[in-house]
Ligand binder design. Structure first.
Ligand SMILES: [Mn+2]
Length: 306
């Protein structure tokens, strides 16, 4: 079997976030040894370095969005870079950066799936549903809006990033895991569009294994699985290095199980690691935890099985 070929793409920006510091995420993941960890598992790893883009002007929202033009520019750069890796048959790993960058990343993946006749499944690991819109969000921070934008709800500069009038994806491609903070208006909207959400209440009552078994059901050899891993998915007691901590998240073992069950499918095609914020971290522990989990995502078993 030939080695899985992965490409690390840094997007050092906090342009869509409500706190500064996610711009340092790519370097923290490198310092924590992400590339070396994957190489030592036998993967062919290339680090493409960092993308460039506008600096963060730290301005208030305009018509319900903060830094809309800058967010769009960063996302176009991400989309181009991710698409190039997919075209080469490599597995892109986007090192964010804030979660608004998933718009460009998933737009590239959706385009690749259309061209190659694959069906798309997106696992969205997050404390938040990220389905806000300018009329719902008080802050205007676009990192709370990427799922809405990808489903066609948002400013046309983002919903139309792939260059056509259709939504980038159907809401049916998403499976959201770990959700525990949703604004009231956002809650109404996610019910309206029928987003498939396994929130912490579901996980408490049924267990992470059941949530993941459902979320990963019906994958076949033509499925491209994209994982969008917002580090605030994890309980803040183990992952303090994020701007928007919400207590009551998955434990270390639950998070490992998530990654191991994804690895078992053999369908992982692309990955975002976002919202890591070293300004809030303690001695890079959250970056090191993220690396540990990503190793499991690529098949490292921490337990007794093969
Ligand atoms: Mn998020």
């Amino acid at each position: 079997m030939s080695a899985i070929r992965v490409s690390l793409i840094g997007a050092p920006t906090d342009i869509g976030a409500g706190h500064r510091g996610a711009s340092m995420g790519p370097e923290a993941l490198r310092v924590a040894g992400l590339g070396e960890a994957l190489s030592s598992r036998g993967l062919d790893v290339v680090d493409r370095g960092n993308l460039g883009g506008p600096h963060n002007p730290w301005l208030p929202p305009v018509e319900g969005h903060r830094h809309l033009a800058e967010v769009a520019e960063w996302n176009r750069a991400v989309m181009t870079a991710v698409a190039a890796e997919l075209t080469e048959g490599r597995l892109p790993i986007l090192l964010g950066g804030d979660h608004s960058l998933a718009i460009g990343s998933i737009a590239a993946v959706a385009g690749h799936c259309r061209r190659t006749g694959k069906s798309l499944r997106v696992l969205w690991l997050d404390a938040h549903a990220d389905f806000n819109t300018s009329t719902l969000t008080p802050s205007g921070n676009i990192h709370g809006m990427p799922v809405a934008c990808l489903c066609g709800q948002g400013p046309s500069i983002l919903t139309g990033i792939a260059g056509d009038d259709l939504p980038v994806v159907d809401p049916g491609v998403f499976r959201q895991i770990g959700i525990r903070s949703v604004d009231p208006g956002e809650k109404r909207l996610v019910h309206e569009v029928g987003l498939d959400i396994y929130d912490m209440r579901y996980i408490d009552e049924h267990g992470m294994r059941k949530a993941m078994t459902d979320a990963l059901a019906d994958l076949d050899e033509d499925t491209h699985l994209h994982v969008s891993f917002d580090v605030d998915f994890l309980d803040p007691s183990i992952a303090p290095g994020v701007g928007t901590t919400v207590r009551g998240g998955p434990t270390y073992r639950e998070a490992q199980l998530v990654m191991e069950l994804i690895a078992d499918t053999g369908r992982l095609g692309s990955l975002d690691i976002v919202e890591l914020n070293p300004a809030f971290d303690k001695r890079n522990q959250t970056a090191r935890l993220a690396v540990d989990l990503v190793e499991s995502l690529f098949g490292k078993s921490t337990l007794m099985r093969g």
